[in-house]
Ligand binder design. Structure first.
Ligand SMILES: NC(=O)N[C@@H](CC(=O)O)C(=O)O
Ligand SMILES: [Zn+2]
Length: 442
């Protein structure tokens, strides 16, 4: 298969390329990148007016298989990733059963290979069943190919056990993807603790719930030499602590999710209780549960600090924390609904609209945070378009303005707070191993 991408504006952080060029890919690899390539190709794509970037790499996806295929399957999740411009995704281990041994790792790997849409790297859990009591078979899972370990969905509260896990991660030279949340301090909170939570009569989650564990994890990374990657940072103090840790040469990197730099706690609107006439069911709604995720949407000051942290390259990665849930689970109340929103199909346009067009990021930084940096952190030879490299590419039109429409999602999950939101920037095509796996309608 020979693919020729014509006239695109290539943005490639690895080589600092920022110019219009053609790209020729053959047998899954880039073979040539220069102006006016004349070659016979099976497929020619005209990318005039579009950015051509290394395919996005999402370090934080919940695929829900095994065990919760009503929320998402590996197939629907991979299709959602392709729609979003992602060519590689890291799948978190909080499935049912938990991915805590090599067999479950292989189960996901095989299924993803059969689906064959995007690259799926399955992350291994830190403790057995994510129970926080006994270490999982980290070495066995490493042999099976995990790129990282994570207890995402919760924190390992036992610091000694966590330190042991970090020592193993340091020895294997894989990063620890840290979900930072003091489980005891959450105390049933469902949204940010502030004036708005009081107004809605809902229990709050303080910034310290995150900050305390961020501080601890940085200290443990320093003690063990393990590479620490902080998941879904939401507070201004997280940004400050990452900045400080980097000055001290601690091996820390950090990610921010689009919802945390786009929305604040004040965007959570009230919903009155109602009766589902058809099902004769009382819905004891309180507020829109599509705004409930963990960590929660924070204050304006936090959002500003996250944007500046991304701008100043303190924060390295934009990940989605794609967390699909069913309509039935979300059509309840803030108290009852599960935490999490989908993100694979809205991350690129939100990043472009909220950060690039607002002057926080250059398109080059967008490519760094959505592809090049994740590849470096995970230690994979991706996120780079140049001759000899794998042809994982996204074509992104920075001019298209439209409204997000959740009914068009490839994901099973429709739990997004962004439905109907006007955005600029559209994924036009996603190419994995030189194959076009997604193309937008013209
Ligand atoms: N972020 C969320 O609100 N939910 C995630 C878990 C997680 O990423 O912590 C999920 O698995 O649903
Ligand atoms: Zn998490």
């Amino acid at each position: 298969m020979i693919l020729l991408i014509k006239n695109g504006h290539v943005i490639n952080p690895a080589t600092e390329t920022d110019e219009v060029a053609d790209i020729l890919a053959e047998d899954g690899k880039v073979v040539k990148m220069e102006k006016n390539i004349k070659a016979k190709a099976d497929r020619v794509i005209d990318a005039k007016g579009c950015y051509v970037m290394p395919g996005f790499i999402d370090m934080h996806v919940h695929l829900r298989d095994p065990g919760q295929e009503q929320k998402e399957t590996i197939e629907t999740g991979c299709n959602a990733a392709a729609h979003g411009g992602y060519t590689t995704i890291l799948a978190m281990p909080n499935t049912k059963p938990v991915v805590d041994n090599p067999d479950v790792v292989k189960y996901v790997q095989n299924k993803a290979k059969t689906v064959g849409v995007v690259n799926v790297l399955q992350v291994g859990a830190i403790t057995k069943g994510q129970q926080g009591k006994e270490l999982a078979d980290i070495r066995g899972m490493y042999e099976a190919g995990i790129p990282a370990i994570s207890e995402d969905g919760r924190s390992v509260m036992n610091s000694e056990l966590y330190r042991e896990a970090m020592e193993i991660a340091a020895e294997l030279d894989i990063p620890v993807l840290a979900h930072c949340e003091d489980i005891n301090l959450v105390n049933g909170g469902v949204m940010n603790e502030d004036a708005h939570s009081k107004e809605l009569g809902l229990k709050g989650i303080t910034n310290s719930v995150e900050d305390i564990i961020v501080a601890r994890d940085i200290m443990l990374s320093r003690d063990t030499g393990a590479k620490l990657h902080l998941c879904h940072c939401s507070t201004r103090d997280s940004v400050k602590m990452v900045q400080h840790a980097k000055m001290e040469k601690t091996k820390v990197t950090a990610e921010v999710c689009p919802h945390h730099f786009t929305l604040t706690s004040d965007d959570i609107h009230k919903i009155e209780p109602s009766i589902d006439q058809e099902k004769k069911l009382a819905i004891d709604a309180d507020a829109d549960t599509n705004f409930k995720m963990n960590p929660p949407l924070r204050s304006r000051e936090d959002v500003q600090a996250l944007k500046e942290g991304l701008r100043d390259n303190i924060m390295d990665v934009i990940s989605t924390d794609h967390a699909p849930h069913t309509f039935e689970e979300k059509n309840t109340s803030m108290k009852k609904a599960p935490f999490g929103i989908v993100g694979l199909e809205t991350a690129a346009c939100l990043t472009y609209t909220e950060l690039v067009l607002q002057g926080y990021l250059t398109p080059m930084q967008m490519a760094e945070k959505m592809s090049y940096n994740p590849a470096k952190i995970v230690g994979i030879d991706k996120g780079d378009i140049q001759p000899g490299k794998i042809a994982d590419i996204v074509i992104f039109d920075p001019e298209k303005t439209y409204k997000i429409d959740k009914t068009k999602f490839a994901s099973k999950g429709r739990n997004t707070p962004f439905d109907g939101r006007e955005v600029t920037g559209k994924v036009m095509a996603t190419i994995v191993d030189g194959r076009v796996v997604y193309e937008a309608e013209a």
